[in-house]
Design a protein around this ligand. Sequence first.
Ligand SMILES: [Mn+2]
Length: 653
Amino acid sequence: MNLLPRRRSVVIKILVLVLVTWFLFTVLITYNDKVTTDKDIEIRNAPNKNVILVNKKLAEINRLAFKNYKSVSSQPPGVHHKYDNKSVVADVPGSQDHEVLPLPRDPVNKSVVADVPGSQGHEVLPLLRDPDGPGEMGKPVKLNNLTQSQQAMVKQGWDKNAFNQYVSDLLSLHRSLPDVRDKECRGIKYLDILPQTSVIVCFHNEAWSVLLRTVHSILDRSPQHLIKEVILVDDFSDQPHLLRQLDDYVTRLPKVRVVRARRREGLIRARLLGASVATATVLTYLDSHCECTEGWLEPLLDRIAQNSTTVVCPVIDVINDDTFEYHFRDSSSLNVGGFDWNLQFNWHGIPDREKKRRKHQWDPVWSPAMAGGLFAIDRTFFETLGTYDSGFDIWGGENLELSFKTWMCHGTLEIVPCSHVGHIFRKRSPYKWRSGVNVLKRNTIRLAEVWLDDYAKYYYQRVGYDLICIGCDHFDLQGDFGDVSSRKKLRKKLKCKSFDWYIKNVYPELFVPGDAVASGEVRNLGEGSTTCLDSPARRDDLYKPVGLYPCHRQGGNQYWMLSKRGEIRRDEACLDFAGQDVILYPCHGSMGNQQWIYNPNNHSIQHGSSRKCLEMAPDKQNVFMKECTNSSLQRWMFQNYNPSKSVNLFIYS
Ligand SMILES: [Mn+2]
């Protein structure tokens, strides 16, 4: 009987011991796990410390592998898609020698993987991020009281990247952003079943924190079932953080793969390399210095799901290159893309006819051209269009090529106001290109030759034949820009519409020099009729009052065109009156302050909205806007005036 209580106490002791041991063990395990994870995330979130020294040997081996490429002809056959994950040599036009490096896919400790934000599922996301940390909610970061060594680091970051890398490194890779959409966007119901997308991000020597913030913003702010994969295309970077360190990092992000070019390819061929390994129905291209915002993806995919020939662009918000502040505006001030006769892309306001076509300001808006870096396209449609012209080199003009053929070959190009992606706009390119080749020129000549038909002459006039090829006219330039016959054949095969159709239907706002109602000098008929409107009109000359000078009949600063819509302009500079001086202002195509009504009978130039008349000062130094009189100082003569082109000029509402 004595034994029993003793035994009972032994049993209880054992039980307690087991419990305590189990408890301690559990605590220890959890603690260990947490320490590893915390450290892990901390290291990755503190990019200043993240220059893990890359094993030099590995880097060397990589370099050796890259060296072994063979040179190939510049226009190999079409794209062949590889749908497997294995190491393959991709057959991209112009880049047969790409090597797709296999991703290390070793089974990793699950608890670590699950704790990496944006990986596997989005459900386990303990973001170790200070919600009031620097740059959160897209707020600006201003640097104060820096030590000398910090100042040196700031400068180094700018030199390397042309943006403030030091500030970027201070921000969380998962920093929060405000919901920048119009509030109506939040209630829009999209199709239940949307296609998946492969997001393709090309980079060359991109800063670690900027690249990874791009990646995490994709993963963190997209419905995970819509992201099939994120493909990072490395265009032959040599900075150590983009080699082994990047491979190691993305191992923990199962949807992210790195594909590496074996030599410097340029943006266009890098994008094609990405496409060649992508497996989803929709390709979404982003630059490597972006941040996606809440709800950015669904409205893009929705448009493509409804019509696979619709090519869509998000609204591109500005991430300040210095403070990393996220700037955004509502859709009322949205711009669409266009270009000038230099074939340079530009932005302009939504034309009135397009405003009328749409019901709401948050409805997708037709855009004549895309900026280039950020868009989504159905992969089959992209292939049908012949992807990019593989004869294009490096970068430039490819955005217009894709824009023209989208519209001309039976598609639609839209900007989707409910989709916002931030982008760091740099003021200079931090990269070196091989010298001696004007790639932009070569690309745009190809563009003009294949797509512009008769309108190509305006491009050639604008850039000057000399610039294209010294000593030859544009008909014997074949050697200079390569062979475009296959691209022309493609255009024929697809039964694409003419550039004339495109200009008249998609981009009627574009000023076509041949349509000018008048071109040449604008001469005042008072004070001896010897004075002409005279101003330079380059970008630096804008916003200044327009001047006067004795007429010289040599064009130049006295060459003006009167457009059908009543603009008095040279290139993209328009005479503009807002109540003060008559200045040169970027043409906006919306008449208003830039509409001038020329009356060939009394030679007056009346301003559309103020109804005042252009008048020369008696001392011939300035022009003013005055009430209309019969004064000879208000009489002007346009050179080469052709009233038959001035449709509707006198009808104003
Ligand atoms: Mn960019």
